[in-house]
Every structure is written in structure tokens, then in C-alpha cells.
Design a protein around this ligand. Structure first.
Ligand code: NIG
Ligand code: FE
Length: 424
């Protein structure tokens, strides 16, 4: 049946798709209500105080939510899931005093993941991505942006993108793939970074676009990675290939990425931990979504969290994402990122929920389809044992949904959660 009623929802959290800038209360809440879902989309929302539809005529599936909280599934707008091995050795080295940049300069960091991906098959990578998609779902994430970036040759970047497609084709979590060939300079081009940039622009980007393997192109603008002129070349090539643009910028040092993202109308500008007021104004004017990644700041033991409140004061649109990767942020938990955003960036729990759902949807260019549960939106839904959505960031490191629906289908449930039944 393509018709489902979720009844007896204790509280339904509806992020407002129209809100941007100073958010404060960007989530409407309806108490004691129900949802009608047809063909994977929300068709109707009940009135407040009406736990089930007054009359049920045609046969349908019913899911009795038993007073649980319902939120949209999370949209994680920044992940790096195509890698072979964890890098827990770097964790210890950082605790003992080495910095992320020192480890990278010594051939660790991104380059150690490159060695793993280059020697792997597409099937090996796809199998690992599949397991990571399972984990995203258990944590309430129903859509991710996912980057390549640990291959750094034409062949190995395309292999990484193919692994994403293979894993996503058989999995409920939806994946928007991004080509991040411009992640760092690989060893064989160390003495000529411009030559590698040319390879990315003239061969890698056109090949990924021709094979329809990527929705977007990303570049890491940073000391030790790509320069501003090189990032501009990557953006020009991405635009020419008809792909959306993203940038990793201002993570460790401020480097002009905000102005570049604004000039090219990038879909997202990510990290932005050191962006100045002028840069924030440019991003707001150009409608670029800023993707906040507090997990990377926390896990690298740094102190400069992105100035999220100043972003909102300047009318920037924000998203909240994990940056899931084996180096700077091995967590897949958006609930945990919400906690960090509240404590370290002073977002309210409602703002953090908005950023992890609607904000992520904007960063994917999918804000008319996912990120909230208003009628017409995709029925990507998490049910929580909680009275209100503030509980999600409050229950620090503990929060995960009890059941998850993707396009109206129950795709994950803990044993304590109800199952659906048929009503006539
Ligand atoms: O977003 N900044 C660059 N890339 C990742 C880290 C990738 C890695 O260390 O493997 C990030 O933090
Ligand atoms: Fe990243």
C-alpha cells in the first residue's frame, strides 16, 4: 500500500522552509497530531489535539506512534565516507601534541587515506560505504552529501564516486555525490601543484560530469592544500561542467574563500571557522549556505568555532553537518553535532534542529523536497522517545531515533518501537 497514517504523534516538529537569518524559533510544533503519507510524500497533517484522523475510509497502513516525537530525518550536507581504514593512530599523536597540519605535512592525514583507497576495489569501497549508510540511518540521517577525495587520480576519484553510487542504489539513505579531487596535492605532483590542478580541471571534472557521477565539485582552500587562484580554476571548471560548487574554506586560516563562493554562487561554503564580517555579508547576499562543522573543531582540539550567531545576525543561511571522515571527525551523529552547536556556538536547540534538517536541505539544493514535513515534502521521518526536540541535543551523546521512515517506508526500528499494522 502506498498510503500510510502515522497516528498518535505526541509532538510534530516542522522546520520552517522560509526562515533564514536570525532564526530563534524556526521550528513550528504541533502537539497530538497525525500524518497522512501517500506515494512517499506527506499529504496531510492533522489538527493539534487530534491524535488520529476522524474517519478512515480506504484501506491503509497505520503506524501508532504512541505519543512519540516526530522530526524530519536529518540531512547531513558534508561527509567523506569513501575510505578504507580508520586513523586512530593520529588521535594519539594529536593528544601528545602534534597538530593536524603537522601530521599531514609528515605524510599522514589525508594522504594516508589516499594510500588505502588507491589499493582498494570499487566493491570493497562500496561495502564499507554501505555499512556507514546503515549507521547514518540508525542515527536519524536520511540524506547525505558524500565526497570522494581520497583517490586523487582520475581513475581513483571516479572509482570512489562509483562506490557511492553502488552503495546508495541498494540503500534507503539518499546520497548526493560530490567530486573532491581537489582535496590535497598527491605525492606524485608535490613539486608541481598547478599541474595537479590542471589535471583536476581538464580531466577529472569533465570525466565525472560526463559519466553523471557527481552533483557537485568541492575544493579544499587552505595553506598546504589549494591556493585561492587554484580554487578559482576548480570553480571555473566545475561551473563549465554544469556542476554545483562547494568549498572547504577558512578552517585553519582565513583565505578569501567566502568572496570566491559568493562570486560563483556556490551552493555551500563549509567550515568557515575564521570568516570575517565582510565575508559573512557576501555569503548572505549571494544566498550561499554556510555549512557549520563543529565536530571537526572539537575533535582536533581547537577553540575557534565558526561564528554562528554573527552569521545569523548577518542573515546567513546555516546548515549543520558532521564532516564525517577518518581524520578530523569520525562521528556520524548529527544529534551530537547539535549538542556542540548549542554549547559552543550558542545556537538554540530549535536553531540546531533547523540547521540539521532544513539547512542541510538548502545546502543540497533540495529545500523544496526534504528538510521539513509540510504537505508535499518527502516523508523522511524520525520518531523519538522524547517530549520535545530540545531533548535531542540535551541528551548529549545518547540520542538516536527509535524508528526511521524514508519516503514513507519504515526502514529502521529499534526492537522497542511499534510495527505498522493494516487498517480497513
Ligand atoms: O573537512 N579539511 C579537509 N578535509 C577534511 C579532513 C579529511 C581528513 O583528514 O581525512 C575536513 O576536515
Ligand atoms: Fe570536510
Amino acid at each position: 500500500l502506498d498510503r500510510l497514517f502515522i497516528t498518535h504523534i505526541g509532538a510534530l516538529a516542522l522546520p520552517d522552509p522560509a526562515r533564514t537569518g536570525v532564526l530563534n524559533l524556526p521550528v513550528d510544533v504541533i502537539h497530538d497530531t497525525w500524518l497522512e503519507i501517500e506515494d512517499g510524500r506527506v499529504k496531510q497533517i492533522g489538527a493539534a489535539g487530534e491524535p488520529k484522523p476522524p474517519d478512515s475510509t480506504a484501506a491503509a497502513l497505520r503506524y501508532h506512534a504512541g505519543g512519540r516525537l516526530a522530526t524530519p530525518g536529518f540531512v547531513d550536507a558534508h561527509t567523506h565516507p569513501v575510505f578504507i581504514s580508520w586513523r586512530s593512530g593520529e588521535f594519539l599523536r594529536r593528544i601528545r601534541g602534534e597538530t593536524y597540519q603537522q601530521i599531514a605535512a609528515a605524510g599522514g592525514g589525508i594522504l594516508s587515506s589516499v594510500r588505502g583507497v588507491r589499493s582498494a576495489t570499487v566493491e570493497q569501497l562500496a561495502e564499507l560505504v554501505r555499512k556507514r549508510l546503515d549507521r547514518f540511518l540508525e542515527l536519524g540521517t536520511t540524506t547525505i552529501e558524500a565526497k570522494s577525495g581520497y583517490g586523487l587520480t582520475v581513475e581513483d576519484e571516479l572509482k570512489s564516486l562509483r562506490a557511492l553510487h553502488t552503495a546508495a542504489a541498494a540503500h534507503p539513505v539518499e546520497v548526493s555525490p560530490t567530486l573532491l579531487g581537489a582535496h590535497t596535492i598527491p605525492p606524485e605532483h608535490r613539486h608541481n601543484p598547478d599541474e595537479y590542478t590542471t589535471l583536476v580541471c581538464d580531466r577529472m571534472i569533465p570525466a565525472a560530469a560526463a559519466a553523471r557521477l557527481a552533483d557537485a565539485v568541492d575544493v579544499f582552500l587552505e595553506e598546504g592544500a589549494f591556493t585561492l587562484p587554484q580554487a578559482r580554476r576548480v570553480f571555473e571548471a566545475g561551473r563549465k561542467a554544469g556542476l554545483s560548487l562547494r568549498i572547504h574554506a577558512d578552517q585553519f586560516t582565513s583565505g578569501g574563500g567566502a568572496a570566491l563562493a559568493a562570486e560563483f554562487g556556490a551552493l555551500s561554503a563549509d567550515h568557515m571557522d575564521h570568516t570575517d564580517e565582510a565575508g559573512l555579508k557576501l555569503l548572505a547576499q549571494a544566498g550561499v549556505t554556510v555549512v557549520l562543522l563543529p565536530g571537526a573543531v572539537f575533535f582536533l582540539g581547537l577553540n575557534d568555532y565558526a561564528p554562528a550567531r554573527r552569521m545569523l545576525d548577518n542573515n546567513c543561511r546555516i546548515a549543520l553537518a558532521t564532516d564525517f571522515n577518518p581524520g578530523s571527525c569520525p562521528t556520524q551523529s548529527l544529534p551530537l553535532m547539535m549538542t556542540l552547536a548549542c554549547i559552543k556556538m550558542k545556537l538554540t536547540p530549535a536553531e540546531a534542529l533547523w540547521a540539521a534538517t532544513m539547512g542541510g536541505a538548502y545546502a543540497l539544493g533540495a529545500n523544496d523536497r526534504i528538510g521539513t514535513l509540510k504537505p508535499g515534502y518527502q516523508a523522511d521521518i524520525c520518531l523519538w522517545v522524547a517530549d520535545d526536540a530540545d531533548f535531542i541535543p540535551y541528551s548529549f551523546g545518547n540520542a538516536s531515533p527509535e524508528a526511521v521512515f524514508k519516503r514513507g517506508k519504515l526502514v529502521y526500528r529499534r526492537s522497542s518501537a511499534p510495527t505498522a499494522d493494516l487498517i480497513q
